[in-house]
Design a protein around this ligand. Structure first.
Ligand SMILES: [Zn+2]
Length: 333
């Protein structure tokens, strides 16, 4: 059989679309979802002052694209997974006062192995903030952008209730799948059309350690509501109304139905929107704080503006490992 040029072109196009769809689908399974993390980094740019906007607005696509790099690293780097969560309920009752907020004191009390085993996100965001501050001071453009994208991700994870408890995917209560339901499915359905993203301006954060601990404690406090509300709703819904088979990105997949998602979102009374708004504010404010602490360098003339050949190769390799790889450590799918 001979194919016309048009048929060949359409065939290639079809394959490309198919690959993109597969890629898109696997990306959905990251915290806040691929969609959510991108949206958070992108929206945070608009909270910045003009002196920062000159760099961030120009590179908004980079910040969005690399918002999920930390989740991809879970497939390539040992020790990456614990940076995304903290199982606070391993440390007694809310507000978990037994757990020292200072890393060195926490290590002395519990050992580093224990802390790593239960997740380190509140400490990791502080390390990232220091690195970002150093990158601003060094006027290193690529490093500023990469670290900004990364820190947006970790701060995003710190705001998700199920990233702050042991029962992170409802696996202990027969609610498997609730993780992606809360942080991916619902934002994808409702964020763009219904959430209010007029958030105001980034603010200088005087005490980043206290700030991020407060957010993580809010997450932990909300985890109970996230789980219990879904259990109540589940008892009310017939299974055939709870799930729907939808064609999605070229595949038929079982999804939480729109009706079930709507009912759950209503039960949570705006919680997911509030957490997303708080995340966007926090991300922009961490970026801004790092820049101020570095002495507000002029961002119009920075060095190291493009990726080296090796850095580009590393990024291709990271994507390849993540697409076919096994996650190292806890994952949320
Ligand atoms: Zn993550």
């Amino acid at each position: 059989m001979r194919l016309s040029v048009h048929q060949i072109k359409m065939g290639i196009l079809g394959k490309v679309i198919c690959i993109l769809m597969t890629l898109g689908w696997s990306l959905q399974a990251t915290a806040w979802g691929f969609y959510g993390h991108r949206l958070i980094n992108r929206t945070a740019v608009y909270l910045l002052p003009p002196e920062m906007m000159v760099l961030y607005k120009l590179n908004i696509e980079f910040l969005a694209e690399h918002a999920v790099d930390p989740d991809k690293r879970r497939y390539a780097v040992n020790g990456e997974a614990p940076r995304h969560y903290i199982d606070l309920d391993r440390y007694g009752q809310y507000p978990y006062s037994e757990l020292p907020r200072l890393w060195n004191l926490a290590v002395a009390k519990y050992s580093e192995d224990t802390l790593q085993a239960h997740g380190i996100v509140p400490w990791w965001t502080q390390i990232m903030l220091r690195r970002l501050t150093d990158a601003f001071a060094a006027k290193d453009q690529l490093r500023i952008l990469k670290l900004s994208a990364d820190i947006g991700h970790y701060i995003g994870d710190a705001h998700v209730p199920l990233h702050a408890c042991t029962n992170y995917n409802g696996q202990l209560t027969g609610q498997n799948g609730i993780h992606g339901f809360w942080e991916s499915r619902i934002p994808e359905l409702f964020a763009e059309g219904e959430y209010d993203f007029f958030i105001g301006k980034a603010l200088f954060i005087d005490k980043p350690d206290e700030f991020i601990w407060a957010r993580v404690l809010e997450s932990a406090a909300a985890a109970d509501t996230v789980l219990k509300s879904e259990a109540v709703l589940n008892a009310r819904f017939a299974p055939d109304k709870k799930y729907a088979y939808e064609e999605r990105l070229g595949k038929v997949v079982r999804q939480y139905s729109t009706a079930y998602s709507r009912a759950y979102s209503d039960m949570l009374n705006g919680m997911i929107e509030r957490r997303m708004r708080q995340t966007i504010f926090a991300v922009a404010s961490f970026w801004y704080t790092a820049w101020v602490n570095a002495g507000q360098p002029d961002l119009r003339n920075l060095s190291n503006r493009t990726m080296t050949a090796q850095e580009q190769k590393d990024y291709v390799e990271l994507n390849a490992q993540w697409q076919k790889g096994q996650a190292l450590g806890k994952i949320c799918e």
